[in-house]
Ligand binder design. Structure first.
Ligand code: DAK
Length: 259
C-alpha cells in the first residue's frame, strides 16, 4: 500500500520492518491521516509472517513534534469525540510484535507518547523528550500523564507535564524513560542492532513475553503473576521451546521458526 506520510522499508533485514514518519517540513507532526496510515502499516506488519520486529523512526531533526496543532486548533470536544482518535492509538498499542522507537531530535507531546507506546526506545544524543501540551492550553491525551509517570516517577513527570520542559536523551536515560543513547549518526544502527537481537529469539516466546510485561502496567501483582504463569505454560506448547532447549543441551545456536 502507498502511504503519503509514512514510509515502510525493510532494507536492513527481511525480519526487521522500518516505519519512517515522513512529514519533515512539519517536524513529523502527527496529523490524523498519518496516524491512520501508521495504524494500517502496523496491522499489516503484525500479520506479515516474515517480520519479527518493527522500528518506528522519524529523521535526525524530529521523531515527531506532537499531534498536528494546526489540524486541532479549531476542533471542538465533540469533533474529537466523533473522530475518536483513541481507537487508532489503542490499535497501535495492541501491535503484537515488538516495536522499537528510534528517536532523534524532537519527541514532543503525541511524539513522546508514541515513543512511549513502543516497547523500547533508542535515542540519539540530540533527542529531546517533552509533554509541552500545557503551553498550548491543553494537557497530554494519549498516555502522557500515565506512561510517563510510570516510567520516570511522579516528580519528573509532574514537572514535565506542568511546565512543558524538555529533557535531554541523557536525562531520559537516567530517568528510565529510554533504553540507550548513542551519537546521532548511530541511533538507527543501534535500533537495528537491538531489533536483530530480538529477531533471533522465538517469535512466540517474544509475543507472550511482551504481552506479559505490558500486563504489569494494567493489573495488580497477583493477577499479573497469574497471567504470566499462563503465558509461561503456553510457551511450552511451541516447537521453539523444544528447539531452544535442545540447542542449549547440544551446545549450538537455536533456529527458532515461530512454531
Ligand atoms: N503541529 C503542527 N505543526 C508543527 C508542530 C505541531 N505539533 N510542530 C512543529 N510544526 C511546524 C511549525 O509550525 C513549522 O511550520 P511552518 O510554520 O514553517 O509552516 C515547522 O513545523 C517547523 O517548526 P518551527 O519553526 O517551530 O521549528 P523550531 O525549530 O523553531 O521549533 C519546536 C521546534 C518543536 C520546539 C516547535 O515547533 C514547537 O514547539 N512545536 C510544537 C510542540 C508541541 O506543542 N507539541 C505538542 C502538540 S499537542 C490525542 C493524541 C495525541 C495528542 C492529542 C490527542 N488523542 C488520541 C485524542 C497529542 C497532542 C499534542 O501533541
Amino acid at each position: 500500500m502507498n502511504f503519503e506520510f509514512i514510509l515502510v522499508e525493510n532494507q536492513y533485514a527481511p525480519q526487521i520492518a522500518l516505519v519512517r514518519l515522513n512529514r519533515p517540513k512539519e517536524l513529523n507532526a502527527l496529523n490524523l491521516q498519518l496516524m491512520l496510515e501508521l495504524k494500517k502499516a502496523l496491522q499489516d506488519l503484525d500479520e506479515d509472517e516474515e517480520v519479527r520486529c518493527i522500528i518506528i523512526t522519524g529523521n535526525q531533526q524530529a521523531f515527531a513534534a506532537g499531534a498536528d496543532i494546526k489540524q486541532m486548533e479549531n476542533k471542538t470536544a465533540i469533533d474529537l469525540l466523533k473522530i475518536d482518535q483513541f481507537e487508532t492509538w489503542d490499535q497501535i498499542r495492541k501491535t503484537k510484535k515488538p516495536i522499537i522507537a528510534a528517536v532523534s531530535g524532537f519527541a514532543l507531546g503525541g511524539g513522546c507518547e508514541l515513543a512511549m507506546t513502543c516497547d523500547m526506545i533508542v535515542a540519539s544524543e540530540t533527542a529531546k523528550f517533552g509533554q509541552p501540551e500545557i503551553k498550548i492550553g491543553i494537557m497530554p491525551g494519549a498516555g502522557g500523564t500515565q506512561r510517563l509517570t510510570r516510567a520516570v516517577g511522579k516528580a519528573l513527570a509532574m514537572e514535565m507535564v506542568l511546565t512543558g520542559k524538555f529533557i535531554s536523551a541523557e536525562e531520559a536515560l537516567k530517568a528510565g524513560l529510554i533504553n540507550k543513547v548513542v551519537p546521532e549518526e548511530l541511533y538507527l544502527n543501534e535500533a537495528v542492532k537491538l531489533a536483530t537481537e530480538v529477531c533471533a529469539m522465538s517469535p512466540i516466546a517474544t509475543r507472550l513475553a511482551k504481552e506479559s510485561v505490558n500486563k504489569a502496567f494494567e493489573t495488580g501483582l497477583q493477577e499479573g503473576l497469574f497471567f504470566e504463569r499462563k503465558n509461561f505454560y503456553m510457551s511450552f506448547t511451541s516447537e521453539d521451546q523444544k528447539e531452544g532447549m535442545s540447542a542449549f543441551v547440544e551446545k549450538r545456536k537455536p533456529d527458532f521458526k515461530g512454531k
